[in-house]
Design a protein around this ligand. Structure first.
Ligand code: ZN
Length: 378
């Protein structure tokens, strides 16, 4: 039971009674339905209690091994965990990172420190710098990447359990994932709310866009308080749905695909330890991430990735851009042509929509803003 302390979890998860553990030893393969339920229970116990065997599911700890597993039909619930790295090829910088140069334009606001722009208390007093940055980074100006459409393809094939994203750029939604497919752990620009607790009136993306591009500070039409996009600022809680969905999804996960994140922001990063001990985990990223800390391991807080040790049995690191990694995996799955066709078709649709919207929009402010932000090579 040395792994029981594996998971930094909330008290309410401890409700599993010890005598139910027996179920995990019961090998009833009689009928499919019962079997599926048992699989679920096994995963649940092994992930919440640190029980269960660490079965080796992949024949090889390579992208080929992962593809073979997906093709075997045993892998029905895939969870994707994604971060800023999946949107960089869309021209979206990691906007929380002070190194991106985005903060240079904000000097006139005399921020006490760059991150203050995302501090909820600072924002309520000084909203201007945030909205200046928002205009520059406005999400609707960008197209989803190959990686976004790969996730959509997983959905189309009935394999996607959920996509957990740290990104606020809404590109998952643009790529066709729906609200129930997505956990936007750090919130989204898609909706906005009045910051007054007594009001909380909701505003649409179009409403917010109009305000941002006309350089107006968005104010509630009902109570005149500030209106803020539903992204999670420092000092704010993650959406409640994040925590409830984690409990439902991770014990059922057959394959975890982690893309474009260095797994450094909690509680998001800790999610890799919430799948069962047998669940394979594929990382597609420019560098290895999420590896177990040997010090923490000794203290019993395991759950980190193990790509290279003698004991490695389920973690695969594919070091590449997210787009290249997804293309390579799609190729091994025999989906490459389908993925490329999907990207082409969706991008063409976005282009034709942009052309229709361009003339006469918000006094030309949007057109001006997009010409300064959109990369010419697109
Ligand atoms: Zn209001």
């Amino acid at each position: 039971m040395s792994n029981a302390a594996d998971l930094p979890k909330a008290e309410e998860e401890e409700e599993v009674t010890p005598d139910l553990q027996d179920l995990s030893d019961d090998s009833s393969d009689d009928e499919a339905a019962a079997g599926a339920e048992m699989d679920f229970l096994r995963n649940l116990f092994s992930s919440t209690l640190g029980l269960g065997s660490a079965e080796k599911v992949l024949d090889a700890l390579t992208l080929e091994g992962v593809a073979q597993y997906i093709k075997s039909g045993k892998c029905k619930n895939i969870i994707c965990m994604v971060g800023a790295g999946i949107s960089t090829s869309a021209g979206i910088p990691d906007f929380r990172s002070p190194e991106t140069g985005l903060y240079a334009n904000l000097q006139k606001y005399n921020l006490p420190y760059p991150e203050a722009i995302f501090q909820i208390d600072y924002f309520k007093k000084h909203p201007e710098p945030f909205f200046t940055l928002a205009k520059e980074l406005y999400p609707g100006q960008f197209k989803p990447t190959i990686c976004h459409y790969f996730i959509k393809l997983l959905k189309n094939k009935g394999l996607l359990r959920r996509c957990y994203t740290q990104n606020i750029d809404t590109l998952e939604r643009v790529a066709g994932l729906e609200k129930e497919d997505l956990i936007e752990a750090h919130g989204t620009f898609y909706t906005s709310h009045c910051v007054s607790f007594c009001c909380r009136k909701e505003y649409s993306l179009d409403w917010m866009k109009e305000k941002i591009f006309s350089d107006a500070i968005p104010k509630c039409e009902k109570c005149n308080s500030l209106v803020k996009p539903d992204i999670v600022f420092f000092g704010e809680n993650l959406p409640a749905r994040f925590f409830t969905s984690v409990k439902m999804d991770f014990p059922r996960c057959d394959l975890l695909i982690v893309m474009g994140t260095s797994l450094q922001v909690q509680p998001f990063a800790g999610l890799v330890g919430r799948v069962s001990k047998s669940c394979p985990r594929l990382l597609i990223n420019m560098e290895k991430a999420g590896e177990a800390d040997p010090m923490l391991g000794m203290l019993g807080f395991g759950g980190g990735m193990d790509f290279d040790s003698d004991k490695a049995y389920r973690d695969v690191a594919h070091i590449s851009s997210c787009d290249d990694g997804c293309l390579a995996l799609a190729d091994l799955l025999g989906w490459k042509a389908e993925l490329e066709a999907l990207v082409k078709q969706e991008h063409a649709q976005i282009d034709s929509k942009d052309k229709k919207e361009q003339p006469g929009e918000a006094g030309g402010a949007a057109a001006k803003a997009s010409s300064s932000s959109v990369k010419p090579e697109e």
